[in-house]
Design a protein around this ligand. Sequence first.
Ligand SMILES: Cc1cc2nc3c(=O)[nH]c(=O)nc-3n(C[C@H](O)[C@H](O)[C@H](O)COP(=O)(O)OP(=O)(O)OC[C@H]3O[C@@H](n4cnc5c(N)ncnc54)[C@H](O)[C@@H]3O)c2cc1C
Length: 251
Amino acid sequence: MTDTFTPPTRFAVPGRIAVGNGTAGHWQTATLTEIRRETPRAATFRFAVPGWAGHLPGQHLMLRLTAADGYTAQRQYSIASAPDDSGHIELTLDHVEGGEVSGWFHTEARPGDRVEVRGPLSGFFAWPGDRAALLIGAGSGVVPLMSMVRHHRTRGLSAPLRLLVSARSPEELIYAREYGAETTPVFTRTAPPGVPVGRMTAAHVASLLDAAPPGGWEAYVCGSNAFAEHASRQLVAAGQPVDRIRIERFG
Ligand SMILES: Cc1cc2nc3c(=O)[nH]c(=O)nc-3n(C[C@H](O)[C@H](O)[C@H](O)COP(=O)(O)OP(=O)(O)OC[C@H]3O[C@@H](n4cnc5c(N)ncnc54)[C@H](O)[C@@H]3O)c2cc1C
């Protein structure tokens, strides 16, 4: 919990934000230890969570802020860091305009602040690292996919892995410095010289499916509702079996 969270005044009637009953685990204190800027709109927040039981790449958690008057706000966030035993986890948050929780993180949060987290949640979008993975994300939808890429690297996994990531511009490409040969970036508004500007197309997806390893890909798609819809249509059109497409929607 934190004593520095002040809800925006536009919330005339403070109230609790409902969460489904399907979530497991209990609330734990997470202490903010570091803030790293990723893009003008996104930053990574590192937390010490001494009791964290570990997670699989792709999983998310529930985060709760509590104001001095008891008002709470809770949101789901994907875990950006790879599983490790450091007792720390990292989240990467987009600054949503007028956003209550992301706004607090981007304007108020300081190292030493405490929040509460509960998780990890959702086994469906998890990638244990055992099968060939085709990752497709847009904007902050790349966050759970980056946990998979980092896991793949730190463990030296042999399962093939490819990442297709869409961003508005090179400046808005989250984790830009970390990508390697596994990644194909797509820019929708401005691109570096010589790189076409445009949405992810059937050709992007088809070339990755053409290069599928024996046994094919398990596809993981993450982003807004519109992007998830677009990407999964492209995958199906290119021949990816529907039952091997996992989708996480941030919308
Ligand atoms: C499983 C899951 C994982 C998620 N992981 C991440 C993550 O890793 N990083 C991340 O930045 N976000 C993630 N999100 C989104 C996150 O839960 C919040 O919705 C987001 O941070 C906005 O919350 P807020 O309190 O700042 O805005 P709110 O106060 O809830 O909303 C403010 C305004 O912005 C609109 N809005 C809300 N969310 C978005 C959005 N995502 N894009 C555009 N407009 C929006 C609302 O309609 C409203 O008008 C995830 C969501 C889910 C369901």
